[in-house]
Write a protein that binds this ligand. Structure first.
Ligand SMILES: Nc1ncnc2c1ncn2[C@@H]1O[C@H](COP(=O)(O)OP(=O)(O)OP(=O)(O)O)[C@@H](O)[C@H]1O
Length: 355
């Protein structure tokens, strides 16, 4: 069941030429946890605020639980949208205890027995024994769980979380990501969280939507976005990738310095192909499909070596090698591309493209 539906949503601030959010389409199924990622200024916060009702859309539609909350003639107030919000700084009321913070958004009509509901959500977030504490006497991770409990308590249609992991140090982050995901899943809630950190998105979300210049570039599972990025922007956002111009012909990708057999033969023509550094084998001996290359930089990172090499006319190739041999600048090496992991990118994206 579709819980959040966004159609052709756009927002421009004042007289700016650029859209903050441009023609966004997004759909969240019940129980889904989605990450909204993108670099600074890509429009993540604006999209979240449009959904919450803190900003007014220029055009487009938003529905929550099947009820329209925004269209050309409608702009339902934030408090009437059945949305739970977890703010970046948690925004807990300092003079209220944990219980009082959670009680704040609960109506007597929906929950005649408020105490029971508070106890339920405190149990859910593992803070039952902290009910009477004040926020300043809690750790950052605990404060975040209170904020999450407060958002979950009224059983909203969708929970929106603004940069939920950005205030946590690196050690806590891994643990809190897992906790937040588990709590949301246990509650059966549907949630959308904003992050600029691709690790948050890859490790926690069921699906990811990636924004660039206010436009959604791709929506998919972490694996789809990592392994089958639609364009170079998406590919680069999730780590290093080697992109090369190639000509598709006779079931192969022809590069200037050799040919790679294609597993899924593409249509003939000029293409931009891409392969991740871990999907290239490196050897000191040639084999039938290998490309000769010259090492220009080799960096040792303990669990792998990052080798930069030139293969003739093709630009720089980056390889993550796990071999025991250490490579050095000037070495002649032989690279074999894992044809199954070669992916064809959309070439219609270029930096700065807005419409
Ligand atoms: N209130 C505002 N007035 C004018 N321009 C705004 C306003 N809010 C956002 N913008 C502009 O809209 C664009 C998108 O901003 P937004 O804050 O949504 O991006 P973001 O991806 O959340 O960035 P960050 O990660 O830095 O928070 C930017 O160009 C920003 O300058």
């Amino acid at each position: 069941m579709e819980v959040l539906s966004i159609k052709n949503l756009s927002k421009k601030f004042g007289k700016k030429l650029q859209y903050a959010v441009h023609n966004a389409n997004l759909s969240l199924e019940k129980g889904e946890l989605m990450a909204l990622v993108g670099e600074s200024g890509s429009g993540k916060t604006t999209l979240l605020r449009l959904i919450a009702g803190f900003e007014e859309a220029d055009t487009g539609e938003i529905s929550i639980n099947g009820d329209k909350v925004v269209d050309d003639h409608l702009n339902i107030k934030p408090e009437k949208r059945k949305i739970g919000m977890v703010f970046q700084d948690y925004a807990l009321f300092p003079h209220f205890t944990v219980s009082e913070n959670i009680a704040f958004g609960l109506s007597k009509k929906q929950f005649p027995n408020k105490k029971e509901r508070i106890s339920e959500v405190l149990e859910m977030v593992g803070l039952k024994s902290f009910a009477n504490r004040y926020p300043q006497n809690l750790s950052g991770g605990q404060q975040q769980r209170v904020a999450l409990a407060r958002a979950l308590a009224p059983q909203p249609g969708v929970i929106l979380l603004d940069e939920p992991f950005s205030n946590l140090d690196a050690v806590l982050k891994d643990q809190v990501r897992e906790e937040v995901r588990n709590i949301i899943k246990k509650a059966g809630a549907t949630a959308l969280f904003v992050t600029h950190d691709m690790r948050d998105a890859l490790s926690s979300a069921d699906r990811i939507a990636i924004l660039k210049d206010g436009k959604i570039q791709q929506v998919g599972t972490p694996r789809e976005l990592y392994e089958k990025p639609r364009n170079l922007y998406v590919a680069n956002f999730f780590g290093k990738i080697n992109a090369m111009n190639a000509t598709a012909a006779d079931g192969s990708y022809k590069l200037k310095s050799g040919t790679i057999h294609a597993v899924n033969p593409p249509k003939n023509g000029e293409l931009l192909i891409a392969i991740r550094p871990e999907n290239i084998d490196i050897s000191l001996k040639p084999s039938t499909d290998s490309f000769e290359a010259k090492v220009v930089l080799a960096q040792y990172f303990g669990d792998h070596q990052q080798v930069h090499a030139d293969i003739g006319a093709e630009a720089h190739i980056v390889i993550h090698a796990h071999e025991k041999i250490l490579f050095h600048k000037g070495d002649t090496i032989y690279l074999t591309f894992n044809a199954e992991k070669i992916h064809v990118l959309d070439t219609c994206w270029y930096p700065g493209l807005v419409s």
